[in-house]
Write a protein that binds this ligand. Structure first.
Ligand code: UD1
Length: 431
């Protein structure tokens, strides 16, 4: 099992290009099921989650061909409709195949994705939305199953979760409504840039959607969609991670290939903490001089502060001057990184869905355990400023969503190495 060894203290400096967005590419891949013509995606990141989605699509009779960052997906109209537990349970976004399968093949059997380390993560809104279109979804043996055998029907529906909107439920309903008969109106649709990107790709496949970027999406169903080519946009979470690292290390980093408007809330936080941000149409530069200051943050649906950057910003606040309050409104249990940050000497107390961070003058390197994708990134960031060496174990979490994170941080001057963790049984025998 790989681990990352980070030696703290280096100042990050330089430029890099954002990789293709993980959260955008997964529902885009699922959209290939809506046509039997090829869907070509370019600027596809090399990630474990992309591989997993490719394997699920293969099970569903999709020909998957990858050449560099170009992915060609060609579905047959009559392939299998079963997405098995062993694959779906490793990645929640795989539930995105449900809507396209029902819309195009009239049936689906998709394993329930299950919970994850930061909570229960229900799929009730996915079910509610598809049922509104006439999908009649049942839960059977842990699978979401449907055999409608006829075209879905457009409907007006409200997709509201306790936290506001839902990103993947919006993607799910959208990707079914495009082939439904008549008009679908999705109220309280998620406004995340990844949804707008999905709309753009569906439009280029022949779908009819209006209201892009807003809370109300209107879809006029068409009978068939055709193939298309789509370039995956830059990953705003990855970009935000590198920019935060620049601020923490009093560095100077420019990330290209990302729209600054997709990161407004995070950039404002960096400014509030004392960093200097400059930006152009497709790039952001973050510079900082000296220690950052404290700031309070609350995660919210887009355009609010993204929950996917909460852990990374908390890492920055652990070494900022003053006291900060971090409130998690999307996933109230998403604080797995707190215990590991404490091992590095951070001073954090947790109260329900809030963490109070007392900024410490420094952290001290230690062995820490990655628990989920973004939490692992936070541990790497903390390692970059901790005194001495930090070993981040179980980095397979990070490889799910960050492309070659070690090489990319190293290109900015970080001292970071990937190692294969010694076999624990052998280690035990010498203890
Ligand atoms: C997506 C992102 C994830 C991000 C999250 C919130 C992908 C692949 N993943 O996940 O990285 O952290 O958005 O920005 O794009 N909810 C329900 N019922 C549902 C669905 C969701 O109650 O059926 C709740 C969730 O528990 C949560 C809130 O809605 O409290 C928002 O979650 P949601 O936007 O659905 O997250 P995902 O789309 O799963």
């Amino acid at each position: 099992m790989d681990q990352l060894r980070v030696v703290g203290g280096a100042r990050l400096e330089g430029r890099l290009e954002a990789a293709g967005s993980k959260n955008a590419v997964l529902p885009l891949m699922a959209a290939c099921l809506l046509t039997d013509e090829p869907l070509v995606l370019t600027h596809v990141p090399r990630l474990r989650d992309v591989e997993t989605m490719g394997r699920i699509l293969s099970c569903l009779g999709v020909e998957v061909a990858q050449e560099g960052d170009r992915l060609t997906l060609q579905a047959q109209s009559d392939g299998s409709v079963k997405a098995p537990y062993d694959l779906v349970s490793t990645m929640r976004a795989s539930v995105c195949v449900l809507g396209p399968l029902i819309a195009r093949r009239g049936a689906a059997q998709v394993s329930m994705p299950g919970g994850c380390v930061f909570g229960v993560r229900p799929v009730d809104l996915h079910v509610k939305g598809l049922n509104a279109l006439g999908a009649e979804i049942r839960i059977e043996g842990g699978y979401l199953a449907s055999e409608v055998g006829r075209r879905l029907q457009g409907a007006a529906l409200f997709l509201g979760s306790r936290a506001g909107s839902s990103v993947l439920a919006t993607a799910q309903v959208l990707s079914a409504a495009v082939l439904a008969e008549g008009r679908t109106e999705i109220e309280n649709a998620a406004m995340e840039p990844e949804i707008t990107e999905l709309c753009r790709c569906l439009l280029s496949m022949g779908a009819r959607i209006s209201g892009l970027g807003g809370h109300r999406l209107v879809v006029d169903g068409v009978k068939t969609l055709h193939g298309a080519e789509h370039r995956v946009g830059g990953d705003r979470v990855e970009a935000g991670t590198f920019l935060t690292a620049a601020a923490m290390t009093a560095g100077d980093v420019t990330v290209e290939g990302v729209e600054p408007e997709s990161l407004t809330a995070a950039l404002e936080m960096l400014v509030a903490m004392g960093a200097e941000i400059t930006q152009g149409p497709n790039w952001v530069r973050c510079r900082a001089h000296g220690r950052l200051g404290a700031a309070d943050l609350t995660t919210l649906p887009f355009p609010g502060f993204p929950t996917d950057l909460q852990a990374q910003f908390m890492a920055a606040l652990t070494v900022s001057e003053g006291i900060s309050v971090v409130t998690e409104r999307i996933f109230p249990d998403r604080f797995m990184h707190v215990a590991e940050l404490l091992r590095l000497g951070a001073r954090i107390s947790k109260e329900g869905a809030q963490a109070i961070v007392h900024g410490a003058p420094s952290l001290s390197g230690a062995i820490v355990m990655a628990s989920d994708l973004r939490a692992s990134a936070a541990l790497v960031l903390a390692g970059l400023v901790a005194e001495g060496e930090t070993e981040v174990r179980r980095v397979y979490h990070i490889d799910r969503g960050y492309e070659r994170i070690d090489e990319r941080f190293a290109s900015l001057g970080a001292e970071i190495h990937r190692e294969t963790q010694p076999d624990l049984e052998q280690t035990a025998s010498v203890c």
